[in-house]
Design a protein around this ligand. Structure first.
Ligand SMILES: Nc1ncnc2c1ncn2[C@@H]1O[C@H](COP(=O)(O)OP(=O)(O)OP(=O)(O)O)[C@@H](O)[C@H]1O
Ligand SMILES: [Mg+2]
Length: 336
């Protein structure tokens, strides 16, 4: 488990000081994959560097297994670094070393014997499915294979936290999917806490348990994927499941945007809502995503404009859904 607690980072001092991270807090349990998203310049990589102790936070704590890593120096810091493995964008392998020699780097650094290195590298190559490419140089590997070697290297010292900064950027969809599958497998096998920094929303939706959005150095929204997706006002939800074009409601109907989690609604909710309102409810667009075995629905329905918003909200909430009327359609009509 890793607890990032009120971490701030400023560069420069006095009037020229720039705050890149502003009291960022994030907890990632064992066995959990936490995504961090946000626009370019938001501070994502700076957060990554604080987590793996390449950069010392100006204030705040980074606790791994209850120990504050930001207070350590010298040998204690070097040992603590072992608990965090990092996978970078483009894997950053050394060109003049083979795949096996790249994986062995952290083992060499910590003085593991030759025989110990050979055994561990063999295990790691097997784990990432590249046992037959041990002697290949990075230039002889595909982008996805290089990334697998980078993951094997990050796992060499058996960390409890794996940090990935844009690890799938620039890979094609099939390769991205296979790398994400590998992350999930090693998460399950080693009960790792994984911090996945990415700008790819598909990656978040398909892999992460939780998501936090960083903007201007602050976390502006965070929660489990299901929580975020079932929050009707969430802008992260819109990024995770972009609005689809929906059919236009009939002239005497209003479009309502609804969200629900299948854990809270009956599968025949549409009938319940129709019955409660004593009117027909039409379907204009619908997306149901599987998140952790639960269905998360975001849809647009059409409902008789003659009904009061409050009555519609009431019927929806009784059925376990929440929603809002879309656009000014209804208002214009009532003004006319
Ligand atoms: N050493 C530094 N000195 C001063 N400013 C820095 C330093 N490192 C980063 N910054 C600034 O911190 C801000 C955040 O940078 P960071 O690389 O963390 O963003 P990011 O979210 O990773 O962006 P991207 O999505 O483009 O990778 C930027 O405005 C950057 O210019
Ligand atoms: Mg970055």
């Amino acid at each position: 488990m890793i607890e990032i607690s009120a971490v701030s980072k400023s560069y420069g001092s006095g009037r020229s000081a720039v705050t890149v991270l502003d009291r960022v807090s994030l907890t990632v349990e064992r066995g959990e994959i936490a995504a961090v998203v946000g626009p370019s310049g938001a501070g994502k990589s700076t957060l990554a560097h604080c987590i793996n102790l390449l950069v010392t936070p100006t204030s705040g704590q980074i606790l791994v297994g209850g120990e504050d890593l930001t207070r350590l120096t010298g040998a204690a810091l070097r040992t603590a670094r072992r608990s965090i493995g990092t996978v970078f964008q483009g894997s950053s392998l050394l060109r003049r070393r083979t795949a096996a020699q790249n994986i062995a780097l952290p083992l060499e650094y910590f003085g593991v014997t030759r025989a110990g290195q050979r055994a561990r590298v063999g295990e790691l190559l097997d784990m990432v499915g590249l046992a037959d490419r041990a002697d290949a140089y990075p230039s002889e590997l595909s982008g996805g294979q290089r990334q697998r070697i980078g993951i094997a290297r990050a796992l060499a010292l058996r960390p409890s936290v794996l940090l990935a900064d844009e690890a799938t950027s620039g890979l094609d969809p099939a390769t991205t999917a296979s790398i994400l599958g590998l992350f999930k497998r090693i998460r399950d096998e080693f009960d790792l806490s994984i911090v996945l920094i990415t700008h790819e929303m598909d990656v978040v939706r398909e892999t992460a348990d939780t998501v936090a959005r960083l903007e201007g150095g602050r976390i502006v929204e965070a929660g489990s994927i299901a929580e975020v997706l079932t929050n009707p006002g969430s802008s992260l939800a819109r990024e995770l499941i972009p609005d689809r074009a929906h059919l236009a409601p009939a002239a005497d109907e209003t479009a309502w945007e609804l969200v629900y989690s299948s854990a809270q609604v009956r599968s025949d909710w549409l009938l319940d809502v129709s019955d409660a309102l004593n009117t027909r409810v039409g379907l204009l667009s619908a997306t149901i995503e599987q998140v952790d075995g639960t269905g998360v629905g975001r849809l647009v329905v059409s409902i008789d404009s003659g009904l009061a918003d409050a009555a519609v909200r009431d019927a929806l909430s009784k059925a376990g859904l929440s929603g809002n009327p879309l656009g000014a359609h209804k208002r214009e009509r009532s003004a006319a």
